[in-house]
Ligand binder design. Structure first.
Ligand SMILES: [Fe+2]
Length: 246
């Protein structure tokens, strides 16, 4: 196990019962093969948060009409349907959605699809910005270089994860249970927090490759959408998320 950072308020959820250590206000439970990692700093509720910029703010990559329909129709529907499912299945909506996602196999397909849809979009809006940096810096930049060889190699691998996701889904950069960076993708609205996901970990960034995210401007050219999308990535926020779990 790596040295613990007492400045961070995080919880590492182990797949096994085992070691538990209190560090101030933080509880860490870990083992050699932890399956899930999350942080109390970034949790998701059951309501749709305001879009943090105007619909046309990301027009370098995503047109205003797509943003408006995506946020007010698609994402809003996931939130509504999630709350319907939560009510039907007795979920306490005052608790973080992450608690449901980590054991989503115990719930309905409606919960899985809409819980994922709500979580993924709430994250997606935040990991984009009209004023983000061109590239990561600091410890995240160093970790990306160490994990993937270079920032350009990382971009290629992440882009390929999005391009090669058959049908609808998401590309992800996650910090896994060992806090290592990994790239992968999920189908539909699944995400790496879910117990059903092939790639597991704390999502640092996710790219929506559903056609509703790009079709008005890019039609069938998903690779062009992904190439432009890098212009609006909110690296400072992704860096913050990474800092919360290392
Ligand atoms: Fe979407």
């Amino acid at each position: 196990m790596k040295p613990l950072n007492t400045r961070r308020d995080f919880i590492l959820n182990s797949g096994k019962a085992g070691l538990g250590i209190y560090l101030g206000s933080s509880l860490l439970s870990a083992c050699s093969t932890p399956s899930k990692i999350t942080t109390t700093k970034y949790t998701t509720g059951f309501t749709q948060q305001p879009l943090p910029y105007a619909y046309n703010a990301l027009s370098e990559a995503i047109d205003a009409q797509t943003m408006e329909i995506h946020y007010t129709k698609h994402a809003a529907s996931y939130t509504t349907n999630l709350n319907d499912a939560a009510k039907a299945e007795g979920v306490d909506t005052t608790k973080p959605l992450e608690e449901v996602l980590r054991r989503v196999s115990k719930y309905s397909a409606k919960m899985r699809n809409n819980g994922g849809g709500h979580y993924n979009h709430e994250l997606f809006w935040k990991i984009m910005s009209p004023t983000g940096a061109d590239a990561p810096s600091g410890i995240l930049a160093a970790a990306i270089t160490q994990s993937f060889g270079s920032f350009e190699a990382f971009k290629t691998q992440f882009s390929d994860a999005g391009k090669n996701r058959f049908g609808s889904g998401w590309a992800w950069l996650v910090a896994d249970g060992d806090r290592k960076l990994r790239i992968g993708s999920t189908p539909n609205q699944d995400n790496p927090l879910m117990d059903v996901s092939e790639i597991k970990g704390f999502p640092l960034m996710g790219l929506d490759v559903w056609e509703h995210a790009y079709y008005l401007r890019y039609q069938n050219k998903r690779p062009d959408y992904i190439a432009n999308w890098w212009k609006v990535v909110n690296w400072p926020f992704i860096q913050e998320r990474y800092s919360a779990v290392i």
